[in-house]
Design a protein around this ligand. Structure first.
Ligand SMILES: Cc1cc2nc3c(=O)[nH]c(=O)nc-3n(C[C@H](O)[C@H](O)[C@H](O)COP(=O)(O)OP(=O)(O)OC[C@H]3O[C@@H](n4cnc5c(N)ncnc54)[C@H](O)[C@@H]3O)c2cc1C
Length: 456
């Protein structure tokens, strides 16, 4: 059978079909990580589900590599490819809030900024990430760790249903009542099963939070990390937040003479009653003298966008990550040594808490295979100059090698680098075998392979 042509695809698509002769091609082929320099045959900017069906069918029939791009934040750059087809969902950003039932349905290309903007108007939110430009798609399908995780679980724990275009071009709704195996797999199994054109989430009464970053001298990093490990074990679940190694950016709340110095920071988010915010954060505040802080009441979307400027599109990215059950003294020693060597203001190391509500979801309920972990560590190398790649990658690798013996074997799939493909089974952890079964049912020919891939 003759393979379909791009002209035939154009006939079927209402959005844009962008090829190399198009002036918008340069922008369309790029993803957030500037290290990725790939040239797809064409990028389909889908305007809706029918465009997605057309593009999936085209890629399958033309036997092209297929990338699915939501927010474009994948560090390995799965949202683009060489010579294949990209489905770019960035035109599909609609979010509809059902105020009465406290739910929201968002299209697959929305970012957390789009989502929070829509839900905050109703005084509602769900767990999203730390940066507002990350896509709800990739983040939720891999799990979804953020400020509200301890109170409301992972993003995927808040998923009620999703509409999915599968490899054979069908549109399935996945929920606990329909295609329950697919629904299970979507909550942690990443983009392996199809294109999620919309996500329906539970919402919670979170409008304004009390929080922000506090900067402590590096000499107090050990005290802060040891305090954090004890405090977070049974802190109230309205308390979210994490320690971070951070070079001070040139912001007005940081004394000018300290710009460029390295600190241990704590980014806090109290999502309970605002009047209790100050006392809720006091234990952190009291660990050591605070050099600079920007803490107070603010709309939840403001905290979610507070660090966006530190990580604009176009940086070089190389990340490594592990789950951690126990933050031992030995593990803390490795952070003290390597965190202090953080090379550049855009890079950071976060040790996220994933206990609380996240632990109340059973290990088999979703495909997030590490419910026994208490922390998710990410060593996020991000820097502007390609000339600095070697030094920055080396910092990430050395840091990771030092922490790995104190961590679980697996790490969070959404934080993995391109060279972590051999870790796929351990990263999916307990869920891997069942994910493999679901993959064989829904995508036996592995059309959706540009991801942390479960090979059928
Ligand atoms: C600056 C930055 C901050 C981050 N912060 C956090 C954080 O706070 N918490 C956290 O948990 N993670 C975080 N991450 C990691 C993030 O979850 C992953 O990079 C995730 O893959 C990004 O999703 P995306 O839609 O933006 O990326 P994309 O590159 O568009 O997508 C990544 C992959 O997800 C799949 N995918 C995306 N959308 C869909 C869809 N609609 N249907 C089917 N498959 C889809 C595809 O396989 C795609 O290749 C961060 C990443 C970056 C770069």
């Amino acid at each position: 059978m003759a393979k379909p042509t791009i002209d035939e695809l154009r006939e079927l698509v209402r959005g844009e079909v962008i090829t190399s002769d198009d002036p918008s091609y340069e922008g369309a082929r790029r993803v957030y990580n500037a290290m990725i320099d790939k040239r797809p045959l064409c990028v389909v900017r889908a305007s809706g589900v029918s465009d997605v069906i057309a593009a999936v069918s085209f890629a399958r029939e033309a036997e092209l590599d297929l990338s699915v791009r939501g927010g474009g934040h994948s560090v390995p750059g799965f949202g683009t490819n060489d010579g294949g087809l990209v489905i770019d969902l960035s035109l599909m950003k609609g979010v509809r809030v059902d105020q009465k039932n406290r739910t929201a349905r968002a299209e697959g290309g929305a970012t957390w900024g789009d989502f929070n903007h829509a839900t905050n108007a109703f005084g509602l939110a769900t767990t999203g990430g730390i940066i507002s430009t990350t896509g709800i798609g990739g983040l939720t399908l891999g799990g979804g760790i953020g400020y509200l995780t301890r109170g409301y679980g992972l993003s995927c724990d808040n998923l009620i249903s999703a509409d999915v275009v599968t490899a054979d071009g069908r549109v399935l709704t996945a929920s606990t009542d329909e295609n329950a195996d697919l629904f299970w797999a979507l909550r942690g199994g990443g983009g392996n099963f199809g294109v999620a054109t919309s996500f329906e989430f539970k919402l919670h009464p979170v409008k304004d939070i009390y929080g922000g970053p506090m900067f402590f001298e590096l000499e107090h990093a050990g005290e802060l990390l040891r305090f954090y490990r004890e405090f977070i074990a049974d802190a109230p679940e309205e308390f979210g937040g994490f320690p971070a190694y951070q070079i001070a950016p040139p912001l007005p709340f940081i004394p000018e003479e300290r710009h460029g110095d390295t600190f241990i920071a704590f980014v806090a988010c109290w999502a309970g009653p605002l009047e209790k915010g100050e006392s809720a954060l006091k234990p952190v505040h009291d660990v050591a003298p605070v050099v600079a802080e920007h803490v107070g009441p603010m709309p939840y979307p403001a905290l979610n966008a507070a660090f966006d400027a530190l990580v604009p599109p176009g940086l070089q990215h190389y990340w490594k990550a592990n789950f951690v059950t126990e933050l031992t003294d030995a593990a803390i020693e490795t952070h003290l040594e390597h965190g202090a060597k953080i090379p550049v203001v855009n890079s950071t190391v976060h040790i996220y808490p994933i206990n609380g509500a996240c632990h109340r979801v059973g290990p088999d309920e979703t495909a997030f295979g590490h419910r026994d972990a208490n922390f998710a560590t990410v060593i996020a190398g991000m820097w502007p100059e390609p000339a600095d790649n070697e030094a920055n990658i080396e910092w990430v690798r050395n840091y990771y090698a030092a922490t790995a013996p104190h961590s679980k074997e697996g790490g969070y799939t959404n934080f993995m680098a391109a060279d972590d493909q051999d870790r796929v089974p351990v990263n999916y952890g307990k869920a891997y075998d069942r994910l493999l079964e679901v993959k064989r049912n829904y995508d036996p020919n592995n059309l959706f392979h540009m991801n942390q891939n479960i090979k059928p």
